[in-house]
Ligand binder design. Structure first.
Ligand code: SAH
Ligand code: SF4
Ligand code: F3S
Length: 473
């Protein structure tokens, strides 16, 4: 049993990051573990976790398990969890409650928990006390060890817990089963060293580790061969890409090299305003296959709160960067993340946030109420704002944000824009759906033969969250 340790998770050293090309191994016995068995995986959280989920699926299929979308039908259930806010925790524990009943009826059912919650010392302590029936727990650093952890759990019938609190290495040979045939996630870096005071990610994902460009570019080439249209370069803070590499090679170089592969669409998330360089803006402008879409988390508009959050920029600096991007790329969409109710946030602080929203008129924004995370510095900050007040602020903010989302969409009315058609719309199965290169959701009338292609769509109606259009043939 290896359980997580908060102190170790916090540590950052100068130890080199090891690139491991052979650490994912499956022996012939493990290859047969899942014969005749089905797995169900539920992933919570961010795109990075989604992508980890794609790795886990491929591993399980390597072990001969078959996927089912019905958890009641499964022989193995895995919850790939997120720790970012308390409600993410609650959702996972709620699901565990439901699964417990199944396990009582079917003791042979194997249940596992992985992802960011597994990396939390306090969560694993709770599992040890109250979830003794859980079969396996593994963390974000040892996904490649799943065959061995699962084999051991199935053999011993004991709870297997293997969560390392390490700064982390890079494992280059983990297989992947992608959810889409047209769009692909590519990790360009792991971990985060920014340690924003509210955020748990640096503790659950380890230190910032950039993948060597060679592996990233190979992955892009393979995706092009497989007919992929769009790649999303993933990292908690992609603009800092390369800073930890021994070669002089940054995000602007990577973006340019990925653009030169000729892949049809490239997007990247998430950009921390601190590391956004002028050269990056130039590169985005120069290459037509880099999508004019930038997610630029603001978090707060108040200098005082930004400082308490450890964000390393002021309101003015954020606005200057925003205007610089808009000036260079007037057609671009800029979206953001905002937290309300950070400890000590006053009405004036909140008004500063609203002021930035009014000035930037974001294409859209993900808005959150501050959630205390154990082990982060903000956990200990005095939080005197009432729940009602926080809710009111969130509502006010959302009202404003939605107004601007609609306004941004209105600019598209009557225009013809490229859309990557992904498939049928969930809400209306007679309709197709896809995204513009500015990441606007479009419901499209047109021939299904266009699924998987980038086509021109005339926008005929707009709403707050989506638009309607038809394919121009
Ligand atoms: N790396 C990204 C953010 C990843 S987390 C960045 O820095 O831009 C996604 C968003 O969740 C954050 O931008 C923040 O707005 C929100 N978030 C993170 N921790 C939170 C917390 N403790 N409470 C509320 N929201 C939080
Ligand atoms: Fe969290 Fe800040 Fe890192 Fe983003 S940059 S993951 S908010 S610590
Ligand atoms: Fe959640 Fe971990 Fe992502 S905390 S947001 S799944 S990095």
């Amino acid at each position: 049993m290896i359980i997580p340790n908060l102190e170790k998770a916090r540590k950052r050293s100068k130890d080199p990051v090891l690139i491991k090309e052979h650490d994912y191994n499956v022996n012939s016995e493990e290859k047969r573990l899942g014969i005749g068995k089905k797995y169900f995986i539920k992933t919570y959280g961010c795109q990075m976790n989604e992508h980890d989920g794609e790795n886990i699926k491929a591993i399980l299929e390597d072990l001969s398990f078959e996927q089912t979308n019905q958890y009641t039908d499964a022989d193995l259930i895995l919850l790939n969890t997120c720790s970012i806010r308390e409600n993410a925790h609650n959702k996972a524990f709620g699901m565990l409650g439901r699964i417990k009943h199944l396990k009582q009826q079917n003791p042979g059912l194997i249940v596992g928990l992985c992802g960011c919650m597994a990396q939390e010392e306090i969560v694993v302590k709770e599992i040890l006390e109250k979830y003794k029936w859980l079969d396996l727990v593994f963390g974000t650093h040892n996904i490649h060890r799943l065959p061995q952890i699962l084999a051991e759990s199935m053999r011993s019938k004991h709870q297997e817990i293997e969560v390392m609190s390490v700064e982390g290495d890079i494992i280059e040979n983990i297989p992947v089963k992608r959810d889409s045939k047209y769009k692909a996630w590519i990790n360009i870096m792991y971990g985060c060293d920014k340690f924003c005071t509210y955020c748990i990610v640096p503790y659950t994902r380890g230190k910032q580790r950039s993948r060597h460009p060679k592996y990233i570019l190979e992955e892009v080439q393979d995706l092009i061969k497989d007919g992929y249209q769009e790649v999303t370069l993933l990292g908690q803070n992609v603009n800092a890409y390369g800073k930890d590499l021994s070669i002089s090679y940054g995000m602007e170089n990577l973006l340019e090299d990925v653009a030169k592969t000729g892949v049809k669409r490239i997007r990247f998330v998430t950009s921390h305003p601190w590391d956004f360089t002028d050269r990056m803006i130039e590169v985005i402008k120069e290459y037509k296959n880099i999508m004019p879409y930038i997610h630029l988390p603001l978090q707060s508009g108040s200098d005082r709160i930004l400082k308490l959050m450890g964000r390393r920029y002021t309101k003015e600096e954020y606005l200057t960067l925003f205007y610089k991007i808009k000036k260079a790329l007037p057609y671009s969409a800029i979206t953001t993340d905002i937290i309300v109710g950070f400890p000590g946030e006053t009405e004036e602080d909140f008004l500063e946030t609203l002021d930035v929203v009014k000035k930037c008129k974001f294409d859209s924004a993900f808005t959150f109420i501050f959630s205390k995370r154990v082990g982060t510095p903000a956990y200990k900050m005095k939080d005197i704002i009432s729940v009602e007040e926080k809710n009111q602020r969130l509502q006010k903010l959302n009202h404003l944000v939605n107004q601007y989302s609609r306004l941004a969409n209105e600019q598209y009315l009557g225009k013809t824009v490229p859309v990557l058609i992904e498939g049928y719309s969930e809400k209306n199965p007679t309709c197709l759906m896809g995204y513009t290169d500015t990441m606007k959701l479009v419901n499209v009338v047109g021939n299904a033969k266009y699924i998987g292609q980038i086509v021109n769509v005339k926008i005929e109606d707009v709403k707050t969250w989506s638009m309607d259009g038809k394919i121009i043939e």
